[in-house]
Design a protein around this ligand. Structure first.
Ligand code: ADP
Ligand code: ADP
Ligand code: ZN
Length: 215
């Protein structure tokens, strides 16, 4: 099963992708996480990526397309994958179509998490994650069960993304509306787009996605 989760920054793509990974044994391919790992490695490429990402702009298409083309050949993708944060431009969507076609397969579901901009600011400003296992949390909407301890792995270390500060969020939302939102009519025209109310609770969003996948 090959699933795309579409939606603006903070819509809940990563949260729902983690659920789908656990529930269906699919690989979770989060381009933001892959790029942040490259930044953390401290390579020359990582330094370049960091300045683009910190500005709130998108990384160039050819680079991210090469990353995905290679990543989907890994063993953990055998049962399928969830794309979280890719494609983000029409060029990326077209490249994905070609690579899946070459692999003799196709896309099965494109799910949009629809969330108003005003709510996204709250989502992003409260976001943090476990520095050890990557589990995602929110100051108000999903705090840890025990203060300061990761529910999943017990770590006491957490981190917040450099690009989650208010100035950068505005630029990221702009990038979404200008460069990524054209994917909605693109997939609608292919009769692939399904939209879920991303402003509902995490569990309700999960249920709506499960219903779509079982249809
Ligand atoms: P969010 O959680 O806000 O949707 P991500 O973690 O997916 O953000 O992405 C963080 C940053 O990484 C983006 O602002 C962009 O600079 C870069 N990025 C991630 N995925 C892509 C992509 N498919 N194409 C271009 N840039 C990307
Ligand atoms: P994205 O990957 O689309 O950028 P995330 O999954 O990281 O979004 O979610 C952004 C923040 O909002 C996180 O702190 C997450 O815990 C929280 N969140 C995700 N889905 C919901 C929801 N349905 N209701 C409330 N908070 C949510
Ligand atoms: Zn953890």
């Amino acid at each position: 099963m090959h699933i795309i989760l579409l939606g603006p920054p903070g819509a809940g793509k990563g949260t729902q992708a983690s659920f789908l990974q656990r529930e269906y044994g699919l690989a979770k391919l989060s381009t933001g996480d892959i790029l942040r790992a490259a930044v953390a490695s401290g390579s020359a490429l990582g330094v370049q990526l960091k300045s683009v990402m910190d500005s709130g702009a998108l990384v160039q298409d050819d680079l991210i397309i090469d990353i995905i083309r290679e990543r989907i050949t890994h063993d953990d993708c055998a049962k399928g994958f969830i794309l979280d944060g890719f494609p983000r431009t029409i060029a990326q969507a077209e490249a994905l179509d070609v690579m899946l076609h070459h692999a003799g397969t196709t896309l099965h579901h494109v799910i949009e998490l629809a969330v108003d901009d005003a709510l996204l600011i709250d989502r992003i400003s409260g976001r943090f994650s476990c520095a050890s296992c990557g589990e995602g949390y929110h100051d108000h909407f999903k705090p840890t069960l025990v203060d300061g301890v990761c529910d999943v792995c017990g770590s006491h270390e957490f981190s917040r993304r450099a690009d989650d500060k208010a100035e950068t969020v505005a630029r990221r939302l702009e990038a979404y509306h200008e460069q990524t939102s054209p994917l909605l009519p693109y997939y609608r025209a292919l009769n692939m787009l399904r939209t879920v109310d991303g402003m509902a609770s995490m569990d309700e969003v999960t249920r709506a996605i499960k219903t779509l996948l079982s249809a």
